[in-house]
Design a protein around this ligand. Structure first.
Ligand code: 2AM
Length: 222
């Protein structure tokens, strides 16, 4: 392939600095450890196992997916729509290699993925593709009407056979339910925050104290 075609990365994003690469998975593990012991969770266990009687060890259920990051633009080495335009955006060029502070405001779990919601600042939204939410509309129809940046997340783990792209879709599904006015069923007040159930195995923990995660805006070639 001509050189120009291979110079675009697999994706752009914020990569958590090594100081928090350990801390965030620890917080997530603590959450999973507690979640699968809660009566409220056990009541809906069938969402995860297909059988009411079976137990689930969430720490084993989800597989880590490599270095923690928040994808901004999936470029697929230039094959994804809008990849070149994104790479050429002056805001992207200017911020490349710079440090940012991401604010993690919620953790969510579904039978497919576990992730952290990232609440982007106005400055960070300048690096967010205008069509990131709309792109998901074929899977989550209401996504197109959600605010810009709604999809921003860090994948913390995926169930066997699930691709990490699913994490953002799972988050959009929960946010779409909230937008429709579904507040979720209050399940438990945890040390980390309040846990709500949104049906079909979807759990959202709003963090009492957002986790601040320093991260570098860069790209990944693989
Ligand atoms: P993630 O951001 O949810 O973790 C490499 O596969 C990275 O690009 C992963 O981090 C993955 O998901 C993200 N990714 C893969 N396909 C994607 C797509 N179609 N849209 C957005 N992000 C995607």
């Amino acid at each position: 392939a001509p050189l120009e075609e291979v110079t675009l990365p697999l994706f752009f994003g914020w990569f958590l600095l090594s100081s928090v690469q350990e801390k965030v998975p620890c917080t997530s593990m603590d959450f999973l450890k507690t979640l699968d012991t809660l009566e409220a969770f056990k009541k809906h266990l069938v969402d995860f196992t297909g059988k009411a009687e079976k137990e689930v060890d969430l720490e084993q259920y989800f597989k880590p997916q490599g270095a923690l990051h928040c994808t901004t633009k999936f470029c697929n080495y230039g094959k994804a729509e809008g990849a070149k335009e994104y790479a050429e955006n002056p805001a992207v060029k200017e911020s490349y290699g710079s440090a940012f502070e991401l604010s993690l405001t919620a953790l969510f779990v579904t039978p497919r993925t576990v992730g952290a919601r990232v609440s982007l600042t106005d400055e960070q939204l300048k690096l967010w593709p205008a069509d990131a939410e709309k792109e998901a509309a074929s899977v989550v129809p209401a996504a197109a009407s959600l605010p810009l940046g709604s999809r921003a997340h860090i994948t913390l783990g995926c169930a066997e056979g699930v691709e990490p792209v699913q994490t953002g879709l799972d988050l959009l599904e929960i946010l779409a339910l909230q937008q429709e006015g579904q507040e979720g069923e209050p399940a438990e007040e945890m040390e980390l925050g309040s846990l709500k159930y949104y049906g079909e195995g979807r759990w959202l923990l709003s963090l009492r104290e957002p986790v601040c995660a320093p991260a570098c805006f860069s790209s990944f070639y693989g």
